[in-house]
Design a protein around this ligand. Sequence first.
Ligand code: HEC
Ligand code: HEC
Length: 467
Amino acid sequence: MKVSLLVAALTLFVGGAVLTAQSGRSYGPGHIWWDSGQGGNLPWEEQYDNADGLLGIVNERGAVHTEGHAFFEALGTNGRACITCHQPSNAMSLAAATAAQRWNETAGKDPLFAAIDGSNCPGLPQEKRESHSLLLERGLFRIFLAWPPKGADGQAIRPEFEIEVVRDPTGCNLDPKYGLRSERPAISVYRRPRMTANLKYLTGDEAGEARGMRLMADGREPSLRSQAINAVMGHEQAGVPPSAEQLRQIVDFERHIFAAQTADIRGGLLTEKDGPELLGPTNVSLGKGGVLGAAEDTFPVWRDPAGRLREGLQKDFRASVARGSEVFFGRTFVAGDHARATCSTCHNQRSAAAWMDIGTTNKAAAEAGSDELPLFKITCSGDAAPHPVYGRTIYTQDPGRALISGKCADVGSIVVQQFRGLAARAPYFSNGSAKTLQEVIGFYDRRYGIRLTAREKEDLGNFLRVL
Ligand code: HEC
Ligand code: HEC
């Protein structure tokens, strides 16, 4: 494939070091999995194949020497590092397809599959593939949260609702050791890893304080620092928290690495001079268009008014992206309180609320007869402010923000993710319920009765693909 050759050429050019990792396992175009502790440099700029083209990463401060670096080295007891679940080739997230490939290559022995959260429940027979089905098929990790939650002051919060386990396909919520009735009551939900790139735009300062509570699906982490401590103690199963220097390294790395799609198989190079100026990781690092591609006026150049592009696939694709941006920013529909919402109403981190219930966890869960995810019944107390859509009895697969706030109105609310590198990190939504971008669009079309035409759906998909 041409694209692979391009990557090969670039990788060789950028630094031979990456091809010969100390562990003997290689990192390079043919084998892009990054092992914890493998050593070598993460180049200042790198590109990776995906089905739609190339994903690019840029390290604003130059190449990163990974040996001894806290993001790349295992800090706990299970052999995982941050890099295990936040892979450069997957836009610093992890695609379900990558997890499945890793299972096949290592017969399920990679630390990625650690029982604690890389399996449906730690009590299951770990050598069996089906015990890891949620990770392998939907890219989900088990997130277990103490119930009831504690507030910032360490005091238990009195939830406004009762929670019951209606369906427990993984066995973890009713498990005597890990479940809701165990000695340390906890609720297990299953979620996708979120990108650890472009985080400069989600955090306020060098300490990585979260801007508007936008970290994690439920906004539970106030800063990259607190997040890193919990990731080391949880995902990496460490006995001791990371040192101040390790935390500094992690936060520093996260705030200066940028990821975005950089070439498209049909559209060509996305970062051409005179093209839309917000595409590709360098433009993201420069703050052009932020993390949402939220500059509506830069795509019309791809309508090719001057007729410079040759007729054909590239011209058609670029025109489609330009039309897709108009759908994203301009096509209106009714969504909750918004009588004239557009996609950008919510996908605009400057103005929208951090978390919202759009029905990815509640409505779908209530309607689906059987499913591989747990189902909870929430019964809110009479004096609680009701949920805006479902009132006081709610069926949900992931109570989202309500697991932290204990509020009835928050049930099923998920923090909006950033939008970059989508082509490199399927599936979508926090619970991995949309396998493709077309499924995402289909979900919205049904949910809000938008009535997009087949062409609008295709255009919108092409727009999302190049971010
Ligand atoms: C076993 C896989 C795994 C490992 C290892 C892991 N993460 Fe994550 N990470 C996740 C998952 C899953 C989420 C989403 C959790 C949620 O939404 O509740 C996440 C979310 C994040 C986020 C939030 C990004 C956002 O936009 O909300 C950051 C930052 C992050 N991880 C950093 C780290 C760091 C730093 C480390 C190493 C100390 C690490 N992760 C190790 C799986 C992992
Ligand atoms: C009412 C607010 C709202 C509107 C309108 C909205 N979204 Fe979303 N979007 C969200 C929320 C909240 C999430 C996170 C949901 C989850 O993960 O379960 C999300 C998630 C997504 C994701 C998944 C990203 C990922 O990393 O998995 C995509 C893609 C997306 N939206 C595209 C769109 C498109 C296209 C439109 C217009 C048709 C749109 N959204 C309209 C609130 C909205």
